[in-house]
Design a binder for this molecule. Structure first.
Ligand code: HEC
Length: 440
């Protein structure tokens, strides 16, 4: 937090709004991906273990196919898994800047652990043998990767979920207690289940609907895969509302509002539709509904993201108000300084006027001689007592004397024009007195 307070000026109202959209967007990219990595690795490890008990080519193949599905290459991992992490850190840093919460140490730690977990996970993926000779070693790699990812996500989710409990922000200095709350635990469970759900429909979608993939030739394997994916989806879709309910009742009341319940109800409707699709996929002999189920589960992730930012908005209202006041104050301060600067620039400075006269006007004017323009002594007297008239002439010269060409506008700042006008009128006054005095 201190880190951010140092560099970040409090966001204005518009920026705060933008941050919220960014947050939902980041969630919509990151969480489904991480959820799917968790779900697929979990299932892959389970198949892997079964395969080592009783060598089974179906299980070995499934174990590998799942990992190939979620971690196809480094770019995907980078874009969906790693890049959103610093973005999250920045967004929360801005939003909660100047708050007393110091859990900003937790957020980067969680993000770092999550990012690092992809190293053993990628190693696990490439260690899997399609021929089905899985060993202790690759099982270990997968286990380490999954454990690291879970730990990182728990820290990340813990840090973020606890933002919505400002009454306990003081606990932030005690990282461990900060992370240990039912609210966090349910949220974490919710992510695990959603992760399994999107893995389930990911199997239906990526293996059967994805155009970039070769169709599976082995009919028995395809049948097994379809039923497995649909069953995982079916089971998790039933459990998600249960865990969601526990999450909601442990959420601090300050974070809740009517809109949060509306979102929860909408999520429930979508989950019911997914349930029907998953059921249909099991009944149907052919793989179907994968794409539709996948999109709906993504929508669940999106709605959850919107809900998360709503609860955070509710919980941090007071804090945001303080931030906005501060932003307003800073803005007013800047405005004041600008005003002062402007006022200072309007000051008439005769010395500056003389300088401007010598550098600009003297290309065409002398006091007593005709040059390009008329000798000023002959034209200035009509402006005596009428500085404004002179100023407006210099600003925007008009055609006066047919004996002369028109004077081009010198394009000077107003302050300079005022100064040169003051200087010139002073000059005529002096000249006037000096020429008049001998007569008296
Ligand atoms: C490029 C040449 C040029 C420059 C530079 C120039 N003037 Fe002139 N100025 C003229 C000409 C030509 C006229 C005559 C215009 C006319 O009578 O229509 C003139 C006319 C004037 C007049 C007489 C206006 C009137 O009401 O008869 C004043 C006063 C004057 N200039 C002031 C200035 C001042 C002050 C500057 C410097 C900021 C300046 N001029 C710079 C060419 C110039």
């Amino acid at each position: 937090m201190e880190f951010f307070s140092q560099y970040v000026i409090p966001p204005t109202r518009g920026q705060l709004e933008l941050l919220r959209y960014l947050l939902v967007l980041t969630y919509a990219i990151h969480l489904p991906f991480v959820g799917m990595v968790i779900g697929a690795t979990l299932l892959s490890l389970a198949f892997n273990a079964r395969d080592r008990d009783i060598a089974n080519p179906t299980f070995a193949r499934m174990s590998k196919d799942l990992m190939d599905m979620v971690l196809p290459n480094r770019v995907v991992v980078l874009v969906f898994g790693v890049l959103p992490l610093p973005a999250l850190w920045m967004i929360y840093g801005q939003w909660l800047s100047k708050s007393t919460v110091s859990m900003f140490t937790l957020l980067p730690i969680g993000a770092l652990v999550v990012a690092l977990s992809f190293v053993p996970l990628m190693a696990y993926r490439s260690s899997l043998d399609p021929a089905g000779r899985n060993s202790q070693v690759n099982f270990g790699l997968g286990g380490i990767g999954l454990a690291t990812l879970l730990l990182g996500m728990y820290i990340l989710i813990g840090a973020v979920v606890r933002f919505q409990d400002p009454e306990r922000w003081h606990l932030a200095h005690d990282g461990f207690r900060w992370l240990l709350s039912f609210n966090v635990i349910w949220k974490f469970g919710h992510l695990l289940l959603s992760g399994l759900a999107i893995t389930g429909c990911g199997i239906l979608f990526f293996f059967f609907n994805w155009s970039g993939r070769e169709p599976i030739r082995d009919a028995k394997y395809a049948q097994f895969m379809k039923n497995f994916g649909a069953s995982v989806l079916l089971a998790t879709v039933i459990l998600i509302p249960v865990i969601g309910f526990f999450y909601l009742i442990t959420t601090p009341t300050i974070a809740l509002s009517g809109a949060v319940y509306v979102l929860a109800a909408a999520t429930l409707v979508i989950l019911f539709l997914v349930f029907l699709l998953a059921y249909g996929a099991i009944l149907s002999p052919r793989p179907r509904f994968g794409a539709r189920a996948f999109i709906l589960v993504l929508a669940v992730f999106l709605l959850t993201g919107v809900g998360d930012q709503l609860t955070l908005v509710n919980a941090t209202q007071e804090h945001s108000a303080a931030l906005l006041t501060e932003a307003d104050e800073i803005k007013a301060q800047i405005e004041l300084e600008r005003e002062a600067h402007r006022a200072a620039s309007q000051v008439v400075d005769v010395a500056r006027g003389e300088e401007v006269f010598k550098t600009v006007c003297m290309t065409c004017h002398r006091m007593d001689e005709r040059l390009v323009g008329p000798p000023l002594k002959t034209v200035l007297p009509k402006y005596a007592g009428n500085v404004d008239g002179l100023i407006s002439f210099i600003q925007k010269p008009e055609k006066v004397n047919p004996e002369y060409p028109p004077m081009p506008a010198p394009g000077l700042p107003l302050a300079d024009i005022k100064s040169v006008a003051a200087y010139l009128l002073g000059e005529v006054d002096d000249a006037g007195t000096s020429t008049e005095s001998p007569q008296h």
